[in-house]
Design a protein around this ligand. Structure first.
Ligand SMILES: CSC[C@H]1O[C@H](OP(=O)(O)O)[C@H](O)[C@@H]1O
Ligand SMILES: Nc1ncnc2[nH]cnc12
Length: 290
């Protein structure tokens, strides 16, 4: 299968210049509208599909991003590997603004977001023990280092509901009791849905602030984040430009098992499956349902 890289751009990353044959495409999905059109093109021969998570102009809030439509649209365009670029707050002194954290674990504190493609009429339980793709993440981390970024391989991302930032008590709980490393508002349910769609998923958490726990820094505000975001976005673009050389041939199947996640997950008896839901699942799960 041809390797196709999907890049989800977070806050501050709304476009990707330098793609050969660049074209913005409108993609319809059975889950509603994705955040925006998707930009397709090639980077040194590698096929790439870019989607700004909040839409161009940042119109969707973390709770109203249509994560299911976004993942479905990427899958529909043939994406095999998703790189999720996000701004985040840091709970660690040594994970400083400008650093990239290659997150490998999550604690999900989001509420009320549609977090599964499955449900009544077709039930599936995928494993999330290792919610990211170590192979894809390592390639991104190496490309980021080569781009001059300070990199942390591994880290736990607390996904909060937002849109308000955390209270001091929450920030201390996540940092001191739960041992989280970074915080953001969007990687869940995105990571869960990517796993259900059998996509490799590598989060790139770009630190913009110390949230509100750090005695030496004022509590985070959007204006502070925006000040750091520009440089982080430039570094993310440099990382992506170096990626084709570092990815090599995609092993088929992925040694991490991401592209076979549904093979052990379906539980609804074939004769009890709902035809309407099966039709909606065609792009993300057709491989195992057809
Ligand atoms: C702009 S401050 C808060 C906002 O930034 C992060 O977005 P993303 O993860 O898409 O880069 C954070 O999760 C919040 O949505
Ligand atoms: N401190 C923070 N909390 C939640 N989301 C963020 N995105 C960037 N910084 C953040």
């Amino acid at each position: 299968m041809e390797q196709v890289i999907g890049v989800i751009g977070g806050s501050g990353v709304y476009d990707l210049s330098g793609l050969e044959g660049a074209e913005w495409l409108t993609v319809e999905t059975p889950w509603g509208e994705p955040s925006d059109q998707l930009l397709t093109g090639r980077l040194d021969g590698l096929r790439l599909v870019f989607l700004p998570r909040h839409g161009r102009g940042h119109v969707h809030s973390p709770a109203t991003v249509n994560y299911r439509a976004n993942i479905d649209a990427l899958k529909r365009l043939g994406v095999t590997d998703v790189i999720a670029v996000s701004a985040c707050g840091s709970f660690r002194e040594d994970m400083a603004p400008g650093d990239f954290v290659f997150v490998d674990q999550f604690i999900d504190r989001t509420t009320g977001r549609a977090s599964s493609f499955f449900g009544t009429g077709c039930v599936a339980h995928v494993s999330l023990a290792h919610p990211t793709c170590a192979r894809l993440s390592a390639a991104c981390a190496t490309a980021a280092e080569a781009a001059g970024v300070r990199v942390h391989r591994g880290g736990t991302y607390l996904a909060m509901e937002g849109p308000q930032f955390s209270t001091l008590a929450e920030s201390r709980l996540y940092r001191e009791v739960w041992g989280c490393d970074v915080i953001g508002m969007t990687n869940m349910p995105e990571a869960k849905l990517a796993r259900e769609a059998e996509l490799c998923y590598a989060p790139v958490a770009m630190v913009t602030d110390y949230d509100c726990w750090h005695p030496g820094h004022a509590a985070v505000q959007v204006t502070d984040i925006l000040r750091v975001l520009g440089a982080n976005a430039d570094a993310a673009r440099r990382m992506l430009r170096g990626l084709p050389a570092r990815l090599g041939q995609r092993p088929d199947p992925c040694p991490e098992g991401c592209d076979r996640a549904l093979e052990t997950a379906l539980i609804t008896a074939p004769d009890r499956r709902d035809a309407g839901l099966l039709a909606r699942l065609d792009a993300v799960a057709g491989r195992v349902l057809r």
